[in-house]
Design a protein around this ligand. Sequence first.
Ligand code: ME8
Length: 535
Amino acid sequence: MKKKFYVTTPIYYPSASPHLGHAYCTTLADVIARGKRMRGFDTYFLTGLDEHGEKIQENAEAKGLSPQEFVDGVAEKFISLWKTMGISYDQFIRTTDPRHMETVKKIFSFFVEDGDAYLSSYEGWYCVHEESYWTETQVGPEHLCPECRRPVEKKEEPAYFFKCSKYIKDLLNFYNDNPLFVIPEGRKTEMINNFIKPGLADLCVTRTTFDWGIPVKEAPGHVIYVWLDALTNYISALGYLQDDDSLFRRFWADPETEIVHIIGADINRFHTIYWPMFLTALGLRKPSRVFVHGLMMMKDGKMSKSKGNVIPVPPLVEHFGVDAVRYYLVREIIFGQDGEFTPEQFVERLNVDLANNLGNLLNRTVSMINKYFDGIIPHLKGDLNERDKALYEAARATVASYESLVDSLKVTEAYAAVMELVSKANKYIEESAPWALAKDPEKTDELASVMAHLSGILFLAGRLLSPILIEKSEALFDQLGLKDDERDYEKAVGLIDLGGHVVEKGNPLFPRLDAAKETEFIKELMSAPKEKAAA
Ligand code: ME8
């Protein structure tokens, strides 16, 4: 039986155009999904948009559009960006989809029937931007949203509440029994200390002050407040409480499916406190892991359209290529930690890792096979010496650590391990000195062995990197003369003999970039007029 794997990104608010921060999270999820598919897991990858709420209604009004027209327009931009970034999602869920709305209504009715949701009235400090109510302590004397530091307003309204108090014990037991539920672990401690220990209030789940939301059947005038609506996407997309729930049975209900939500720290509370509670109330299993990634920051703080510091992704991809941008995102920012984008580091990372390390290894190997063996990869005849042996042992160890690192969501480290192997192969060239072996007729076997080993490493590295390098890995296989049906994972990790394949020298995979010129190019993109940057 194939192992099953379900991975999701947050469903983003269509209140702004997507930027490199959104691309960061979605690309990581894509790299994880592609990596699992490559290894034969039955994989499902979900992303989408969170289209209801007051902020969206306001944004639409400001543009003279209906909320639906407005979100349709922004949805196109997101879908187009994901195409540009090569995102291989299986479904793009939108919370205005009638099937999603039906599921949310049914869930709400269950909650009311079971007494998990009750009508009361709410008074609190509300942040329109975060769509969140905060307590007096949280907003402090300046009355600022603790999340985005914008001014909050005092509001009172009738509202339904979800009875969190009923589920706290279950949640804490679940945390205890599943130490890997929240990664990095510190993110769980944060939740316990900041929200659970001070006393978790029941969660407001309906609103009456705007109407762009899913209407509550039980109480006209109420719409379902965004978080119950939004979190439900992870199961409504799979058909939960719908006529066809086969995906739900396959990817959620089955306790054997590994379910991973990738999110940013800003929405940790909703995913690691309320979402497990909703699921318990519905009698459903909880996700296996919530991975809280760090934010990609700019020199002047968080990337945001209002600050005018967003990096427009399409021109970056057009200029450097999709693989270069994907590689940068995965490799430069350690998954789980905040990172800072700088044009200098962007160019440097591409030059050091892709042009000098990987590109160079391929270029040198193919040139030498052309020069010494008329372009035909020599057969592998085992390890001829300690150097050969050490290289292939390192390769096998890399596969093992790559798989285990990816499985524990240490994505950056997993790909760093592959690049480390590529560096080792470059060093192996220096140490074997094929140019010297070529001068000695008695060393032909050794020379052949060096070429055979290098070809095996290139095939392996190309395969392991292919979840990131979606185009260049294929170009690499082309240069090794591999046919389409010879490129699979098992063959690559088996370090099979590629002898007899005819190499084909192509363009350099990643030409070396002129650092000064390219840095300038990115800086210009960043300072482009806002309308351009938002495109
Ligand atoms: O919160 N760096 O939507 P949202 C890295 N609709 N990631 C970033 C980022 C940055 N600079 N900026 C945004 C919402 N993100 C809700 C989610 S889910 C059921 C509902 C990513 O559009 C990051 O993953 O504000 C963050 O958690 C998410 O976008 C927030 O997206």
